[in-house]
Design a protein. Structure first.
Length: 148
């Protein structure tokens, strides 16, 4: 299994959002040893969410720093493996193919981009708690182990 995760999974895992799915994300991590593919899109979304939490003071600074440290720790331990060799054009072309392959389903732009990254880096599994992305992923042949 080669998993790729979206921000709904990372938000639950890193606990930077009040999310009832934290236990599921942590249980999946405990039960699986495969590294998770991490894209620059993932990294930017995590940075943006934490920045927004700090800007609008929706989380205490200590919790924001703890979440970022946990993220960096997962990268340092190679639990999350950053892939960044794809060009914007390659990801864009893959995103167009995702839409074509999922002809009977549609999704938000960032959902499509996440699935494009997943396919570009040969992931066969998507870790998401997003209902629409879950459906879209199933239409393009990715396994979705998290029920939504």
């Amino acid at each position: 299994m080669t998993p790729y995760a979206d921000t709904s999974f990372y938000g639950s895992l890193l606990e930077f959002s009040s999310n009832p799915r934290t236990a599921e994300a942590k249980a999946w991590m405990s039960a699986n040893t495969e590294p998770i593919i991490l894209s620059r899109l993932n990294e930017m979304e995590i940075r943006t969410v934490l920045h927004r939490c700090e800007t609008y003071k929706t989380l205490p600074r200590a919790k924001i720093l703890k979440a970022w440290a946990a993220f960096e720790n997962l990268v340092a331990r190679k639990v999350l493996v950053l892939h960044n060799e794809a060009t914007a054009d390659e990801i864009y072309d893959e995103a167009k193919q995702v839409l074509k392959d999922a002809s009977k389903e549609s999704g938000k732009s960032l959902d499509v981009m996440h699935l494009a990254y997943a396919r570009r880096y040969q992931a066969d599994t998507i870790l998401t708690f997003d209902k629409q992305q879950n459906k879209l992923a199933g239409h393009i042949g990715l396994t979705v182990p998290m029920p939504v």
